[in-house]
Unconditional design. Structure first.
Length: 318
């Protein structure tokens, strides 16, 4: 069995200049990376937007390194296969959990050299950074393979690509996927907009079109970028595969979906199938959204509208 802890959209450095909210993203990441102390985890997978900005501040990078140094340790350079039952192949510190990630739209490489904050973490040995392409004109995606006790999982990492560009590449057959050798599972890692059908979200034109993916190839899509926490596996009729959307670890906008309980998930792979063990996070800033009918009684004892709303929230939710 292979147990993979999956998290996404941690947005380290979000509101870093706000004295009330500057610590939120770091506290949430600490809680995620503490899960292996309580649960059996073979490796960690992050699905993009670890950082809130590509041009990450030095203080945010430094704090991220401090968190990772205490919890996941550093690894030797890892090639295209990670042998989880051979720890000496990747162990650099006494305590080490292999951590693999892709970039999102917030922390994608941004300069002429196509480097970013994630490259610093990779060079330091804290993470294996996959999914960065030298060119996006014609992509042939090879799997990054995870192996343990004969069980082989292929990760196909895309990282963030503009949705229209990605759909164009798929439609024009300029994005192909190598089959890989003796894989029991093929997982597509994406950081894209998702078509929510009748639910509020991005226009279908600005979403990854599942119908363009190869038929009967992938067993699961691990979906980053969408912040709604969905603690169960969803089935896609379009391609007969499962979708897992962990959602963000902190809210970055005022939406009902951001107010749902945040979680990280442990995907448990065996030759019999895939199971999900959601782990709900205890540190979460509450978002309260409700409709209010204004009347004179609301303003009793309040100096203005803002004070009246604060009083109402305190009375109803404290």
């Amino acid at each position: 069995m292979i147990n993979i802890l999956v998290s996404t959209d941690n947005h380290l450095g979000f509101k870093e200049k706000n004295p009330e909210r500057c610590n939120d993203s770091f506290l949430a990441l600490e809680e995620v990376l503490d899960i292996p102390k309580k649960k059996e985890v073979d490796m960690i997978l992050l699905l993009g937007d670890l950082f809130d900005e590509s041009n990450t501040s030095l203080s945010t990078i430094n704090r991220c390194i401090e968190i990772m140094d205490k919890r996941i340790g550093r690894k030797k350079p890892i090639g295209n296969t990670l042998y989880l039952d051979k720890p000496n192949d990747f162990l650099l510190d006494k305590f080490c959990i292999p951590t693999v990630l892709i970039h999102g739209n917030h922390d994608l490489p941004f300069n002429e050299q196509k480097n970013g904050s994630l490259d610093i973490l990779a060079k330091a040995g804290f993470v294996k950074y996959i999914g960065k392409q030298p060119s996006y004109d014609n992509i042939k995606l090879s799997p990054f393979v995870i192996e343990k006790e004969g069980l082989r999982i292929g990760l196909y990492p895309l990282g963030f690509i503009k949705d229209a560009k990605l759909n164009y590449l798929l439609r024009m057959k300029k994005l192909s996927f190598e089959e890989g050798e003796n894989l029991h599972f093929r997982l597509l890692l994406v950081h894209q907009n998702r078509d929510r059908a009748a639910k509020p979200g991005a226009s279908p034109k600005n979403c990854l079109c599942l119908e363009l993916l190869p038929c009967d190839f992938f067993h699961m899509i691990l979906w980053g970028h969408e912040h709604e926490s969905i603690p169960n596996l969803e089935e896609s009729e379009a391609r007969g595969l499962s979708i897992y959307q962990p959602g963000s670890t902190i809210p970055t906008s005022i939406k009902r979906s951001e107010g749902l309980p945040k979680h990280a998930g442990i995907l448990k792979f065996s030759k019999k199938g895939i199971k999900l063990d959601p782990v709900f996070l205890t540190y979460q800033r509450n978002i309260i959204i409700e409709e209010i009918n204004f009347d004179r009684s609301m303003f009793a004892g309040a100096k203005n509208v803002e004070e009246a709303l604060v009083q109402r929230i305190v009375q109803k939710h404290s």
